[in-house]
Design a binder for this molecule. Structure first.
Ligand code: PEP
Ligand code: MG
Length: 750
């Protein structure tokens, strides 16, 4: 048993537990806690401040300060000694508090007579929920043991706050966190609106009894859980399913799991009277606090591993509670800090939407969300802390808005938006078999982008004329090893079966940069987006590309085959890649395989350099597709993954549009079919501008085909071109304002 002077944690914790078990208002509980702590510490004052919102702390209970200050005294995080504790998430211990730097006198509390001050953060999993303060008249410094005792008590308060144990008459103030409406403004990951219920990817572990009945029993539970943790890791390693970096991570986990000081700290917490789960969380809290401070990426990664390890331990202690076990409710909207593409795909079609606290638009999870055609909001701050599985939630992927436990009025407005979208959807269905033809008779071919089997059922209902971009790397990204040729043959064959008479353009593996295969050794490149990626890897390490080309030829099995090489920056790369395909065709013929009926070989134009390639390139390519996502990032030198600069430059910027026009003119002159397959092709106004610049084929996510077609059918393209030309001549930076004005004036369906 750990002997602590001045505060006997075990006795105090037992009293706290009894106090918490008593029925009554949350306020009465808080009052009783402050009384018990003050008595136990032999101090005149004990107060609890809780977070009212992100920036404000409120005095919620006190023993010793003036009662009328309760719920009246508020201070900002960072303000005064209490604010300092909350801001830095560290204890503050002063013998002469009024003389300390940063002290802020709050006359309404009557605290001027107290000299010593000790405050510890009330925190849970790295989030500061409030501050626990003890003050006394005698000028004294509290010992480390006393501070430790207070921290232990603060852990219990944090757990109880999380449980809503202090919900009182003033709900806002008494951290009735998971009951009130919550609103987050994140960023658009994928358009669409949805209403549903929260499904937490990593469910909160709610600890109903933070104070243990018997520390010895808790120590035994902790020991058993640790043994199981090591056994679990060993089993993963022995099974050999973890390879490459995954294996390295597991080896590191095993080392961490045996770390003596990590174990010692948890056992000490248990000995002081807390439940084993709280001991693990206490460690997690300090790991996360450190994580928030360290700058070094390597150390952060290791701390992240440690945090993950603690998560595993918690799950072992509480019994697994994953989504699979709980089942996926109807209308589930997945809420996660972040998620990998494989995990997201595991949830499959059952999800109505996804909200991530982190994430990025170009991430694989975002790509999967797009394939699933469900709204996605990224960077929704605090959402994983605020949401509980089963909460009502509204998601607007277009504006990035997320409403948790919404008020009726908000929900009503939302439902109207959903209804409007459903109505529009019906209107698009009516257009399905009509051509995307402008009023002045210009026809634009609309295709869809895909990459997973789940995409293909969208081909028919969307009305797309074919698959203009099939991102083959997605299948590679979702596996833990390189797929075998036989698997690929089956897969590509199924894709062609599903497309039937409609053409599919298969893009060869586009990996590297943001698309790192889990089983491929990651290169440490200073600028991965400008590094060894896509066709550069394909040409330098021909094995996988050859296997993929063979699989495509065999899958075609006498049907038409369209192959497109990504990220071609100069003619020579295309000539070489094309030759590799021709060589494979020859070999396959010699081996007696049936050749495709017709092979078309194209290039993606994703770097400005290719637009200025010799005429011979344009003549040799059977078709070209502009990869606008990459082309735009290189044109403006603005990283497509970097939220700070990503939207700084408008797609309708005069320079970019004129560049697109130049490419289009050149392709027209040299008779090279041209399309555009970046995300912008699916945005109606952008699509319209591209068509006005001369593009006659666009490839987009299936849900965009309807809205783009509706707008194209409503306009006279020559007029649109005129509007753009006038805007260009006026010296404007972007043609968007002029184009939008014209569209609105003419009541166009945007
Ligand atoms: C593009 O760059 O526009 C493109 C379609 O390819 P990806 O987004 O897969 O890089
Ligand atoms: Mg690209």
């Amino acid at each position: 048993m750990v002997e602590r002077t001045g505060i006997n944690s075990q006795t105090l914790l037992k009293r706290l537990r009894d106090a918490l078990a008593e029925a009554g208002e949350g306020q009465a509980r808080l009052d009783r806690i402050t009384y018990l702590i003050a008595c136990s510490m032999e101090a005149e004052v004990c107060s609890i401040y809780l977070r009212r919102d992100d920036t404000t702390l409120e005095l919620c209970a006190t023993y010793g300060l003036k009662p009328e200050a309760v719920h009246e005294t508020r201070l900002r995080v960072g303000q005064g000694l209490v604010g300092l504790v909350a801001d830095k998430a560290v204890p503050v211990n002063k013998a002469d508090a009024p003389a300390a730097r940063g002290f802020r006198y709050m006359p309404e509390t009557g605290e001027e007579v107290y000299s010593s001050f000790v405050g510890v953060p009330i925190q849970r999993l790295g989030e500061v929920l409030g501050v626990l303060v003890v003050q006394s008249k005698a000028a004294r410094i509290y010992s480390d043991d006393e501070i430790y005792g207070l921290e232990v008590v603060a852990m219990v308060i944090a757990e109880m706050t999380e449980l809503g144990a202090f919900t009182g008459p003033d709900k806002m103030a008494i951290a009735a966190q998971h009951k009130l409406p919550f609103f987050a403004k994140g960023l658009r990951g994928q358009e669409g609106v949805a209403e549903g219920v929260v499904l937490l990817h990593e469910p909160h572990i709610v600890i109903a009894n933070p104070v243990a009945d018997d520390p010895e029993v808790e120590a035994a539970r902790l020991q058993e859980a640790l043994d199981n943790l090591v056994a679990e890791i060993d089993e993963l390693l022995n099974r050999g399913s973890a390879i490459g970096e995954q294996r390295d991570v597991m080896v590191a986990y095993r080392l961490f799991a045996q770390d003596k000081s990590w174990r010692r700290r948890m056992f000490e917490t248990v000995e002081s009277g807390l439940a084993a789960e709280v001991a693990v969380e206490k460690e997690q809290t300090s790991t996360r606090t450190r994580m928030a401070r360290v700058k070094d990426a390597y150390i952060r990664e290791r701390l992240h591993d440690l945090d993950d390890l603690a998560n595993r331990l918690l799950r072992i202690l509480t019994g697994r509670d994953d989504a699979e076990a709980r089942g996926i409710p109807e209308n589930a909207i997945l809420v996660a800090r972040n998620i990998g593409p494989g995990e997201l795909l595991d949830y499959g079609k059952k999800l109505k939407g996804v909200v991530l606290e982190e994430g990025s638009v170009g991430s694989h999870a975002a790509i999967v969300a797009r394939s699933l055609a469900i709204p996605l909001v990224i960077h929704a701050k605090r959402i994983t802390r605020e949401a509980l599985s089963g909460d009502a939630i509204l998601v607007d992927g277009e504006t990035g808005l997320v409403h948790l436990r919404p008020e009726d009025t908000v929900a009503k407005a939302f439902r109207e938006k959903i209804a409007m979208q459903a109505e529009a959807q019906t209107a698009y269905e009516g257009l399905r078999d009509k051509p995307a033809e402008s009023l002045d008779g210009v026809q634009i071919a609309l295709h869809m982008n895909g990459g997973l089997m789940v995409d293909l059922p969208s081909l028919e209902p969307s009305g797309a004329e074919g698959v203009g971009l099939y991102r083959t790397e997605l299948q590679f990204l979702l596996r833990s090893r390189v797929p075998r040729r036989g698997e690929l043959v089956k897969l590509y064959s199924k894709v062609m079966d599903a497309a039937g008479e409609k053409p599919v353009v298969f893009r060869t593996l586009d990996i590297g940069s943001d698309k790192a295969l889990p089983y491929m050794k990651r290169l440490d490149e200073p600028n991965p987006a400008l590094g060894w990626r896509a066709i550069r890897i394909g040409l330098d390490r021909p094995g996988v590309m050859r296997m993929q080309l063979q699989a495509l030829i065999r899958a075609a099995n006498g049907r038409r085959l369209n192959v497109m090489f990504p990220f071609i920056a100069q003619f020579e790369e295309f000539r070489e890649a094309r030759q590799r395909l021709l060589d494979e065709l020859e070999k396959e013929a010699r081996a007696g395989h049936i050749l495709p009926a017709n092979v078309r070989i194209g290039a993606m134009l994703e770097t400005p350099s290719l637009a200025f390639a010799p005429d011979q390139f344009f003549q040799l390519a059977d078709f070209i597709s502009i990869g606008g996502n990459d082309l735009k990032q290189f044109f403006f030198a603005a990283d497509r993954e970097n939220e700070r600069v990503r939207q700084r430059y408008d797609t309708l910027n005069v320079s970019f549009l004129s560049f697109i026009e130049q490419i289009s003119d050149r392709c027209l002159r040299l008779s090279t079919p041209l399309s555009f397959c970046g995300e912008d092709a699916g945005r109606p106004v952008e699509a319209l501008a591209f068509a006005a610049m001369g593009l006659r084929a666009l490839s987009m996510r299936p849900a965009s085909v309807g809205p783009v077609k509706r707008l194209l059918r409503a306009v006279n393209l020559a007029e649109v071109r005129e509007v753009i030309n006038v805007a260009r001549a006026s010296g404007e930076q972007s043609v968007r304002p002029a184009l939008m004005d014209w569209l609105r004036e003419n009541r166009m369906p945007i």
